[in-house]
Design a protein around this ligand. Sequence first.
Ligand SMILES: N[C@@H](CCC(=O)N[C@@H](CS)C(=O)NCC(=O)O)C(=O)O
Length: 202
Amino acid sequence: MENVRLTYFNMNGRVGLIRAMLCYKKIPFENKMITMEEWKTVKKNYEFEQLPLFEANNKKMTQTLAICLYIARHLNLYPKDIDLQYQIESLLCCRDDFTLMYRPIKFKEANDEMKKNYKDKLILYLKKFEERYIQLGSNKYFLGNEISLADFFLGVMIVEFCFLVKDEDILAKYAPKINQLIDNLKKNELKEFYEKYYIPLE
Ligand SMILES: N[C@@H](CCC(=O)N[C@@H](CS)C(=O)NCC(=O)O)C(=O)O
């Protein structure tokens, strides 16, 4: 991959896991972050008038899910087995189930009921992720002994989702094996990402 540029905002949001994959695979990239002020004037120039935009090898790509899969396939973070491919895609699709709930929580506009609904739903999903991980053998990585896009999804995006629940460590409580997997990733494969690219939340 050459001439790599990722354009997004100054947040982890949809692209934390993309930055993490590029960082882990030591792919040099321009991490372009547009301010909200600037966005108003440039929005019209972007396909679908949204971000992220991913550029590589003189191609422009949009839509987070497709970008994640493209990068994972390129960087050998995507399994050959179609049942394992299903596991990855099914995990990634869960992200959209939180889109509407996540924003008001993150921007501190949610009332108590919204916070409770977000937490309850996240706990449900964490329990299901834990069950899947156990069914898959609870090995070093989510899918087995090879790191994949699934680990980046859990280690970056799910971590951020859980961080927004302040009154309880729901990851440790409801998905203890995944919590352990993520701890290991943060100390190893995701260490550099968390040091260099992760944008801390309040
Ligand atoms: N389906 C798109 C959604 C992208 C999207 O909602 N991007 C948001 C940021 S997370 C955005 O560009 N917001 C600014 C705007 O819509 O003006 C994807 O998955 O990439």
